[in-house]
Write a protein that binds this ligand. Structure first.
Ligand code: ATP
Ligand code: MG
Length: 392
């Protein structure tokens, strides 16, 4: 998993004692430099939060309770040596600055004036951060169109990888996720149970929450009842992904075509992003939008693998059209085979159980290389704008 945090070399940040206005300023300043919680932790929960999250940086509000903020400084740095602590305030006050420095804060930042200082502090602590050891690889599978095959590719790819590695699949479709159905599993527990008990989240609780498929793929499924995905916060998803990447060599996250806090978080921290499109104008147009989104998130192009699913002779677009218009090389194609794929889905079976000799299965099995080998994806040459190309 990429540095446990958002964006390149970004830091994980805990914000304490800051009101919503201050949070807005911090968010504006840091953008994708850091994983930011949706709201600040109250002073009284600061120690607990640092103990749990083990962040690179703490940003401490100095305006709401100055005495408390000063008091927490030495406590937090004792709890997590090396922690980079930043005091944040709306006014410059030499007395306060000195108090902050004595209390182990390395910077005293007034926003928005000192935005660069905060950015730099967070950036440096992220890039200098200890590499997460033995962490598994997080692979986000995103698609450009509903029904494009993200879930199908996720489960079948996971089954291929599980021949040699410990693999989990996480279903991040909080509205319609049915990874369990694709594998004919009846999970007793779901991702929701983990999210409800985050304070007890560890490898053991994760192991208790997954359903195990005969292929040895572990599935963290969606619950049977619909869940309001507005209640799902990016930082909570990050913690689930961190726990999973500590426990498995590969964590395949089915993000499908949704863009919400959960899928954006997974996409931001993923080591590899598989962008699935079908060879149709509408899907490729959406793929272009997804690529723009990935750029905004700070995802490196070299981590993105463009896969054209449902590929075949009758395809609406040529691969060269797709590459030219997206500016990304097609890393793999998966042949269309509606009958075999539908049968596999309907029966809750893997494609190899239904049709192991099909070209589609061979294509799918070959996709393993996209994850296990770091294939550099050079931008396709002669890139034109999407609209100027296909639709110009
Ligand atoms: N290579 C393929 N050839 C033919 N059909 C395929 C192929 N891959 C997937 N399918 C079919 O496409 C359908 C949709 O696949 P899937 O549910 O995986 O898409 P999705 O992107 O996860 O969709 P959703 O947006 O609903 O999550 C499935 O019924 C499957 O049988
Ligand atoms: Mg799906």
């Amino acid at each position: 998993m990429r540095n446990r945090t958002l964006a390149r070399g970004a830091a994980s940040v805990v914000v304490i004692g800051v009101d919503p206005h201050g949070m807005g300023l911090i968010r504006e300043c840091l953008g994708t430099e850091a994983v930011l919680p949706s709201q600040a932790t109250p002073y009284e929960d600061a120690l607990l939060a640092v103990r749990k999250v083990r962040p690179n940086v703490v940003v401490m509000g100095f305006d709401n309770d100055f005495a408390r903020a000063v008091q927490l400084g030495p406590q937090l740095s004792a709890e997590l040596p090396g922690l980079h602590m930043v005091a944040i305030s709306e006014r410059t006050d030499p007395e306060r600055i000195r108090a902050a420095m004595r209390a182990s804060y390395r910077e005293y930042v007034v926003l928005p004036e000192d935005a660069d200082l905060l950015r730099k502090a967070v950036h440096e602590s992220g890039s200098g951060a200890e590499e997460a050891h033995d962490q598994g690889s997080v692979v986000a599978i995103i698609s450009s169109k509903g029904g494009g095959g993200a879930s199908f590719l996720t489960v079948n790819l996971a089954a291929e990888l599980s021949a040699t590695d410990r693999v989990s699949v996480i279903d991040l479709d909080f509205s319609m996720g049915d990874i369990a159905g694709f594998l004919d599993l009846q999970p007793q527990s779901s991702i929701h149970d983990l999210l409800r008990n985050l304070d007890r989240l560890d490898e053991r609780s994760l192991a208790a929450a997954v359903a195990v498929h005969p292929s040895k793929v572990h599935v963290l499924a969606q619950p049977n009842q619909l869940v309001d995905s507005d209640d799902v916060h990016g930082e909570d998803i990050l913690r689930v992904l961190t726990a999973a990447s500590n426990a498995y060599q590969y964590v395949l996250v089915d993000c499908g075509g949704r863009v919400d806090e959960a899928t954006l978080t997974a996409t931001s921290v993923a080591d590899t992003i598989i962008l699935v499109t079908t060879p149709e104008v509408v899907a490729v147009r959406n793929a272009w939008r997804r690529i723009q989104m990935l750029e905004k998130l700070g995802v490196e192009k070299s981590n993105v693998r463009l896969v054209v699913n449902k590929w075949g002779k009758g395809s609406e677009l040529r691969l060269s059209d797709i590459e030219t218009n997206l500016g990304v090389t097609v890393a793999a194609t998966v042949s269309a085979d509606p009958v075999a794929c539908q049968r596999a889905v309907n029966q809750g079976q893997l494609l190899r159980e239904v049709s192991s000799r099909s070209q589609t299965y061979k294509d799918l099995a070959a996709m393993v290389d996209l994850i296990t080998e770091r294939v550099a994806q050079v931008p396709a040459s002669n890139t034109r704008s999407f609209f100027g190309g296909l639709f110009g």
